[in-house]
Design a protein around this ligand. Structure first.
Ligand SMILES: [Zn+2]
Length: 206
């Protein structure tokens, strides 16, 4: 049996029975409080790192946790943002980057991905990150982590370009959060809008 089929069997036999009441409740309603935008990287598990039960976070993933700038009306991400805000009524949006991000590495070294035309096209939505990458040493782990942080900040700016986002942020109905998750240590660093720096996350935000 493939690992996935084995996992489904284990879920049905050992996990679902303990969560049956929750899943029956979720069958009729969902009340996520947060739209969580993160990278498609297999090492990130949004519900694991936030210890969120099913139904609590609405997740959109793509290479590089990129948000195409408004008006990018044809993107699936614009649709997710619209649905999460206007239909689900979420009150937080997190953009979560991570250490050793392959997409950010590709932005720093375009030669390494030039044979991947769809990825190259997608990463054009992160042109500011690509420009910032020209100023750093791609062999420095610290510099690359700093580029991951800057990418999150650029994507927060893109997110704010959506009128439905900026209007709700201005009214206090929506909060935007920039995170960077460090895979090796499990640390999550939170962007502080006041200082422009990322600092270790403590306490709750929702
Ligand atoms: Zn990544």
């Amino acid at each position: 049996m493939s690992p996935l089929r084995k996992g489904v069997r284990e879920f049905q036999d050992n996990v679902y029975p303990d969560m049956k009441v929750l899943f029956e409740k979720l069958d009729k309603r969902k009340e996520p409080h947060t739209l969580f935008i993160t990278c498609a990287d297999s090492r990130i598990d949004p519900t694991l790192i936030t210890q969120s039960d099913p139904g609590k976070i609405f997740v959109h993933r793509n290479a590089g946790n990129i948000v195409p700038k408004y008006p990018e009306t044809g993107s699936s991400e614009a649709a997710s943002i619209e649905y999460a805000i206007c239909f689900l009524g979420i009150t937080n949006i997190v953009i979560c980057g991570h250490s050793h991000c392959g997409a950010v590495a590709g932005l720093a070294d375009p030669e390494s991905i030039k044979h991947l035309p769809h990825l190259v096209n997608w990463l054009e939505h992160a042109s500011e990150t690509a420009a910032a990458a020209e100023q750093i040493d791609p062999d420095s782990e610290e510099s690359m982590l700093s580029l991951v942080e800057r990418n999150v900040i650029f994507q927060l700016e893109h997110l704010s370009s959506y009128p439905i986002v900026s209007e709700r942020v201005a009214s206090g109905a929506l909060k935007l959060h920039g995170w960077v998750y460090i895979i090796k240590t499990g640390e999550v660093r939170l962007y502080q809008h006041s200082s422009g720096q990322f600092e270790p996350l403590s306490g709750s935000f929702a």
